[in-house]
Design a protein. Structure first.
Length: 339
């Protein structure tokens, strides 16, 4: 029987296409950001939504040179600190739009002067009502506890807004082509990972730049659906201590897109392979790692996003292989209402 998680993964190209059909709304948010011309951007999110925000952090910094920082929700919900954000934009990302601490911080950012934008899968919701502007990410009902299509569509939404904000024709074309590229990514087979990871106790996910956000999301899904410990590291940071744990057959998945960081990620992956770790790499530039198939989209940001699709398919199969129900992780629920 096909899991709900698998069904929702298969819906990703379709929901991305549906979202992008609402170009006028996305353009209007891009126009508002261009008019505000923020000196800094802050993000507000938790869980998979925070990983989507992390991806958008790198995208905004790389494309516009504007620094982006994540705000801790406890600043508002626990510490009740007034924020000074008169020259800022704030992007809040949430599947449910209902977590009290995320809503509280978005409201605080707006009250502190920020142009506050909510990317949510539920409209209306407390989050969208607390923001200056709101976009429905259009992922549709997501029943499986582990977020998949809402994670991808949050990033697609952010990239479409960024393209409009910057007025970047190349990024606009790449985003408009994403439904096709995500469909291609669905056909990629990463099942070679299932057997070695079925008996693993721990593994590393590596990335750099936008692919570090993908690695972070991959590690979370591994913990959520497989009860398998996984940690995400920058391919540079892993050499500053964590490499000490890498021994024979230690599993490592290195996420590399076609960008300026690809060679660096491949070099680190090759060093790990030389230590006899079991290294899997989404690049042909390594020496020793097993190459995982990947989609070349023609743009580094959409290249990075497409890497999560075959991983999602693999981790759903891995969850079942390890004896779990990927739709209903035992310790989790769909909406986490933290204070």
């Amino acid at each position: 029987m096909t899991s709900i998680m698998r069904q929702e993964i298969d819906q990703i190209p379709q929901v991305a296409a549906s979202l992008l059909s609402n170009q006028a709304a996305l353009d209007s948010v891009g126009k508002a950001l261009r008019e505000r011309d923020p000196a800094v951007v802050v993000t507000i999110a938790r869980g998979s939504s925070d990983h989507a925000a992390y991806f958008l952090k790198y995208a905004i910094e790389l494309e516009l040179g504007i620094p982006v920082a994540s705000l801790g929700p406890s600043l508002s919900s626990i510490y009740q600190v007034p924020l000074k954000l008169e020259r800022a934009a704030a992007i809040a990302v949430s599947q449910s739009g209902a977590s009290p601490d995320i809503v509280s911080l978005a409201r605080s950012a707006r009250d502190g002067g920020a142009l506050t934008i909510a990317l949510a899968n539920t409209l209306p919701s407390p989050l969208t009502e607390a923001a200056s502007l709101a976009i429905d990410i259009g992922a549709g009902p997501e029943i499986a506890v582990a977020a998949t299509k809402s994670f991808v569509n949050s990033i697609v939404t952010g990239l479409a807004i960024l393209a409009a904000w910057k007025g970047d024709a190349a990024l606009t074309r790449a985003v408009q082509d994403l439904p096709n590229q995500l469909g291609r990514a669905l056909t990629l087979d990463w099942s070679m990972l299932v057997e070695p990871l079925s008996s693993a106790d721990s593994l590393y996910m590596l990335g750099r730049g936008p692919t570090l956000a993908i690695a972070s999301e991959a590690a979370l899904k591994c913990k959520e659906t497989c009860e398998l410990h996984a940690e995400a590291y920058s391919s540079a940071e892993v050499l500053h201590g964590p490499v000490s744990l890498v021994a024979d057959s230690f599993p490592i998945i290195a996420f590399a897109g076609r960008d300026k960081a690809e060679a660096s990620i491949a070099e680190t992956a090759s060093k790990m392979a030389a230590k006899k770790a079991s290294v899997y790499l989404t690049s042909s530039k390594g020496d020793g790692p097993t190459v995982l198939p990947f989609v070349e989209t023609g743009h580094p940001l959409t290249d990075a996003l497409c890497l999560i699709i075959p991983y999602y398919g693999m981790v759903e199969a891995l969850s079942r292989s390890r004896g779990f129900n990927p739709d209903k992780p035992a310790a989790l629920k769909k909406v986490t209402e933290t204070q």
